[in-house]
Design a protein around this ligand. Structure first.
Ligand code: SF4
Length: 349
């Protein structure tokens, strides 16, 4: 069915025929803990007759989310430990995250920032906080790249986005602006001429990293939205989270990566799922993820190969999860080194 507006409550999901009667009580308990939003484009993609539907699994509340394991953490990749001022995460010397907004068009059930996003989350940066965040960037000549993430930065109005882009334009050492977003796939009509003009307002080189996890997310409308961005001269990259029951299959991953490439999106990151609370039902082991990535090699063109990445829990940065130096350490545990050369174990004790 096609919803006219985003579905944000269990009642909305039930009325749209997306949740059966016998799941409503459990879904309400999940909704009391984590935000829900399903756009009309996503609602139309869900197959309510399929209990294993990979779209439903990503966006509809599941009672398994109420089970938090001891190794799961509210801030799995350590954003807060690397946040010198509100809205900035400065983990690596030459780049920062600028989190202007903590709202998303959809709330993914596996989200690594699920404790920070949504109506109860960290909200939108106030004008004063944005001034401080931009001053932080302006005062550090080593910052070459600014990554707008959140939340989803493309939920900001074109006017707000343009304002941020023009202020970044005035910082000469910032050369690259990157956006992390699900909007082109989950709310494609939002990608209009005004939004694209805002993305280009700074005159800087702009990259858009599109988060999509299953080939079915590439509807005709999503493909058209991606094409509007590519036609504007903006380079698109992909981001995918490796998720049990969604894309943990070499055939699905191969089709997804080919679909990205066919739509002018260069496969970039395949993320190992983070230790976010209530997400154990999505998580593969590192050994399973490495086997899936090995199965992709040779099966699809080099153009379609993403980098398989683990964010080392606790904010130690990213590591190639399939690199030869990631060693098995027994009992399903792996030993790996962060970009500073410090050793860590995954999963952590
Ligand atoms: S769009 Fe990104 S930040 Fe928002 S809920 Fe999904 S994974 Fe989390």
């Amino acid at each position: 069915m096609t919803a006219a507006r985003s579905l944000k409550t269990v009642g909305d999901l039930a009325a749209a025929g997306l949740l059966p009667e016998d799941r409503l009580t459990a879904a309400a308990a999940v909704a009391g803990r984590y935000a829900i939003a399903v756009t009309p484009a996503v609602a139309a993609l869900v197959d309510p007759a399929d209990p294993a539907d990979p779209i439903a699994r990503q966006f509809l509340p599941d009672p398994a989310e109420l089970v938090t394991l001891p190794q799961e953490r509210a801030d799995p990749i350590g954003d807060l430990a690397h946040s010198p001022v509100e809205g900035i995460v400065h983990r690596y010397p030459d780049r920062v995250l600028l989190k202007a907004v903590h709202v998303c068009p959809v709330y993914c059930r596996f989200c690594f920032r699920r404790e920070m996003v949504g109506p109860e989350g960290l909200g939108t940066l106030s004008p004063d906080a944005l001034d401080v965040a931009l001053s932080y960037i302006a005062g550090r000549p080593e910052i070459w790249e600014v990554i707008l993430t959140g939340g989803d930065p493309l939920v900001l109005s074109p006017r707000r986005l343009e304002e941020i882009m023009l202020r970044l334009a005035a910082i000469p050492h910032v050369r690259i602006v990157r956006f992390h977003t699900r909007v082109p796939a989950v709310d494609p009509e939002r990608v209009d001429a005004a939004l694209i003009a805002a993305l280009k307002a700074s005159g800087k080189t702009v990259y858009v990293a599109l988060h999509a996890n299953h080939p079915r997310e590439f509807t005709e409308a999503a493909r058209a939205a991606v094409a509007r961005i590519a036609d504007a001269g903006i380079v698109l990259l992909s981001q995918t989270v490796l998720l049990k029951g969604v894309n943990d299959d070499p055939a699905v991953l191969a089709e997804l990566m080919r679909t990205f490439v066919e739509n002018r999106v260069k496969p970039y990151y395949l993320h190992h799922p983070d230790l976010a609370p209530g997400t154990a039902h999505f998580r593969l082991t590192l050994a399973e993820g490495r086997a899936l990535v090995t199965a992709l090699r040779g099966r699809i063109s080099g153009l379609c190969q993403p980098a398989y990445i683990l964010d080392i829990p606790g904010g130690h940065g990213k590591v190639r999860a399939d690199a030869p130096e990631v060693e098995e350490a027994g009992d399903g545990c792996f030993r790996l080194r962060d970009f500073r050369g410090v050793a860590h174990f995954y999963p952590p004790e």
